[in-house]
Design a protein around this ligand. Structure first.
Ligand code: NAP
Ligand code: MG
Length: 454
């Protein structure tokens, strides 16, 4: 068995050896999950609901432990990490209401009765990236388990620690053996096996657009169901009639939170030209105040990047000599630190402006009017998230309808609420997670006609 050394990104020191599963072990666990499906799907709705609520309660009593693990493994700020663990609890509680409400329909038809059922799919394979190890796992396994499926979950190689702990907490909560399985391993081994093993009936993938495309191609062989949450290059569109001070104060958090390693990061700022100078002046103050420090501190607003490799990737977008508008600070010493960086490219052909960087780098571009803002915002292969700042309600509504993205907020930078659907347009993804309809992504609709004339 091979292993992987987890590194603390804040100190660049080794934390723990994690054993990686091979193909044979992966198949064994998938077989176990398939067996467990036969009993889990028949656990009564009320009992399945109770088990999910118990799981939520056990997570709740381990929030601090899970959060500390994420600081250690991923360099997330402690404040964020507590929110992330709490999000797993909340998603479990939200979907614990689902088993008892998984309604079908009775549809009027001649000569009989017609009923639809929402049947579970079977084993669900969840492939998780390293940027939000806990929430992204929970958005998959919460609704998947609620709908009566069993789960095999592969955490990212870099960040397996909280997922492994969540697997243990599920057992502690009484989730039966084989129902929720965490399988640390390589994407090219464990992840690919989820795609090729026919017992896995659906893939939930979050990660890069290139791997997402590869998975979608692989799923085609078996017409395997697939949900994809991929990259983004979201626009923060700020009109001159907005509260510029408020928009500028919020703009650093909107892109530098989680060190920019966020698929919803507002990494393009589109500012109306007449407010450009005022905005840049306030934005510079806010960027320089943004606290980049030891993520274990309660005051930290940003920690290091996840890995030495990610630091190199981000540096490639800002090579020496790049004209920088202004920069925030970063601590000296070890760890994978990159200071918050603001670029003001001359036009939209700049590589750092167009590509997803997944680091604390933002590009600011001026626009003339509403039509120009919409055109520039939509000039991207991505369409995940974004913000619109304006005091003109009609304009805010028009622009929010015109921007091609799955999750927008007006006079706010918030992207994720577990009550509401989340997902991307264009190459940002396929399907939606969270919200009231997520169960549809984890069930098949079965239609049964009962002839009453015979
Ligand atoms: P990635 O390669 O797409 O990894 C995401 C997950 O997929 C990981 O668990 C990975 O496992 C697994 N995986 C990799 N290759 C696979 C394959 N052939 N079949 C099945 N599963 C596979 O992302 P990354 O390399 O960590 O990050 C690269 C870039 O992707 C980032 O810089 C960023 O631009 C983007 N990204 C986006 C998101 C998002 O939320 N939209 C998240 C992460 C990354 P291993 O960890 O073992 O490789
Ligand atoms: Mg990769």
């Amino acid at each position: 068995m091979t292993s992987f050394t987890v590194i603390n990104p804040t100190t660049a020191t080794a934390v723990k050896e994690i054993e990686l599963n091979d193909l044979i072990q992966t198949d064994q666990i998938i077989n176990k999950a398939q067996k467990a499906f036969e009993t889990w799907r028949h656990v009564s709705p009320g009992d399945r609901a109770k088990l999910l609520r118990k799981f939520a309660t056990v997570v709740d009593t381990h929030i601090e432990e899970l959060a500390q693990l994420e600081v250690l493994n991923s360099g997330h700020t402690i404040g964020n990490a507590r929110w992330e663990a709490g999000n797993v609890r909340d998603v479990l509680n939200y979907y614990s209401a689902a088993p008892e409400r998984l309604f079908g329909r009775q549809i009027p038809v001649p000569n009989g009765i017609d009923i639809t059922f929402k049947e579970p799919l079977g084993v669900i394979g969840i492939i998780v990236p390293w940027n939000f190890p806990m929430p992204i796992a929970g958005w998959g396994f919460g609704p998947a388990l609620a709908a009566g499926n069993t789960v095999v979950l592969k955490p990212a190689e870099l960040t397996p620690m909280t997922a492994i702990r969540l697997g243990e907490l599920a057992k502690e909560a009484g989730i039966p053996e084989g129902v929720f399985n965490v399988i640390p391993g390589k994407g090219s081994i464990v992840g690919e096996r989820f795609v090729t093993n026919p017992l896995v009936r659906k893939i939930v993938f979050t990660g890069s657009t290139s791997v997402g495309k590869q998975i979608m191609r692989g799923c085609a062989d078996q017409v395997k169901r697939v949900t994809l949450e991929l990259g983004g290059k979201s626009a923060n569109i700020i009109f001159a009639d907005s509260d510029i001070e408020l928009a500028a104060a919020g703009a650093p958090g909107a892109v530098f939170d989680n060190a920019g390693q966020d698929c919803c990061a507002r990494s393009r700022i589109l500012i109306q030209r007449s407010a450009y100078d005022k905005f840049m002046e306030k934005f510079e103050v806010a960027v320089k105040k943004f606290r980049v420090e030891d993520p274990a501190l309660d005051t930290a607003e940003m920690g290091p990047l996840v890995s030495a490799g990610q630091l190199e990737r981000v540096k490639e977008f800002v090579p020496d000599g790049t004209p920088i508008a202004f920069q925030g600070s970063k601590p000296a010493g070890p760890g994978f630190w990159f200071a918050p960086t603001v670029l003001a490219p001359k036009d939209t052909t700049d590589r750092a402006y167009r590509e997803e960087i997944f680091g604390p780098v933002v590009s600011v571009i001026a626009f003339e009017d509403e039509a120009d803002a919409i055109r520039i915002a939509n000039d991207s292969e991505y369409g995940l998230s974004g913000s619109i700042w304006s005091r003109d309600i009609g304009k805010a509504i028009r622009v929010s309808r015109a921007v091609e993205a799955g999750n927008l907020s007006v006079n706010s930078n918030s992207s994720v609420r577990y009550w509401t659907p989340f997902g991307g347009y264009k190459q940002s993804g396929l399907g939606r997670e969270l919200g009231p309809d997520a169960l549809d992504a984890f069930t098949e609709t079965k239609n049964v006609f009962f002839d009453t004339q015979k």
